[in-house]
Ligand binder design. Structure first.
Ligand code: IPD
Ligand code: CA
Length: 302
């Protein structure tokens, strides 16, 4: 009976070793792995960067609804290949390919990526685009616990781990303490054909502040709120995919900045390239309250 018990427990242990090994990554090892992913993205996309500002041919429509480009696919593959080389089993949730399972226990680790955030900037050689990777135990935004957003044009790698703060190139970052709307730098994404629905909120903001921006890569713009370069970033188009914000969400949260939905409630969403979110992110509570009230006033009028 003892032999039987030993055999059973050996079998149990070996099974759990097989199943658990890939997902037991310490937070520190995730940071090393995500950095490797980013380095591989840079290696794989650089030969594809053309000097000409020409539209790249589309390879069909991606899971997020936009045309797939060779460069976006190469970046996605670079991330997946790096994770596989590390022996990690995971479900990839990507703007390009949707859901893809790798290894034996893909339901225990979700890696949500926007391989290139700011694809239009990249193809037009506007130096503001990033790669974005988020890790979570469930396919939900609120469970993301390790994240990286890397500016692919400058040496700026934003990282965050749950309860451990947010960093840029290993240095802890903090949002601004500015509470003056007038002096604030506020990012607003107004890229939508349904601009009529946004114009009221936008003009409320524009009337109160001198410095409105939109730089064209929303993950990176959220990181700019996290490290105090800007004071708020607003995207209420209902168009931004959860794959674009997954990593920046944790960077914002861990930096101490505030990000909510349009009703001021915590942002919660399923991670899926088809799922979109609207949000107001701001450096501090006072700035958040001011920006949210300007944006909401119009919504309430409708
Ligand atoms: C885009 C950028 C852009 C925003 C678009 C996004 P993509 O990401 O973040 O700033 O206006 O809605 O789709 O398509 O380059 O990954
Ligand atoms: Ca993209």
């Amino acid at each position: 009976a003892q032999g039987m018990f030993l055999a059973k427990s050996l079998l149990k242990n070996s099974r759990s070793a097989i199943v658990r090994r890939p997902t037991i990554q310490s937070q520190n090892s995730w940071m090393q792995i995500l950095t490797k992913c980013k380095e591989n993205v840079q290696r794989k996309i650089s030969p594809l960067m053309t000097k000409k500002k020409q539209a790249q041919p589309s390879l069909g429509i991606g899971a997020g609804g936009d045309p797939i480009k060779k460069i976006d696919l190469a970046a996605e593959k670079a991330i997946a290949d790096t994770l596989r080389k590390q022996g990690i089993s995971f479900t990839l949730i990507s703007e390009e390919s949707g859901f893809k399972e790798y290894g034996k226990a893909p339901d225990r680790c979700y890696v949500t990526v926007d391989p290139i955030d700011g694809s239009t900037n990249l193809t037009r050689q506007i130096p503001f685009y990033a790669t974005s990777i988020a890790v979570s135990p469930k396919p939900t935004l609120e469970t993301v616990y390790a994240a990286l957003v890397a500016d692919l044009c400058r040496n700026a790698v934003y990282t965050a781990q749950r309860n451990q703060g947010a960093y840029c190139n290993g240095i802890k970052i903090r949002p601004s303490k500015n509470v003056s709307l007038e002096d604030a730098v506020i990012g607003v994404d107004i890229n939508t054909f349904k601009i009529n629905e946004l114009i009221g909120s936008f003009s409320n903001l524009a009337k109160k502040t001198k410095h409105i921006r939109h730089l064209g890569a929303n993950a990176l713009e959220l990181c700019y709120v996290a490290d105090g370069k800007s004071d708020a970033f607003v995207d209420i188009r209902g168009k931004l995919r959860t794959t674009d914000v997954a990593a920046a969400y944790l960077v914002i949260k861990e930096s101490g900045a505030k990000m909510t939905n349009i009703n001021g409630k915590p942002l919660k969403a399923r991670l899926d390239p088809k799922r979109t979110v609207s949000f107001v992110a701001a450096a501090n509570m006072a700035m958040h309250k001011n920006v949210l009230s300007l944006v909401r006033r119009e919504k309430e009028k409708r």
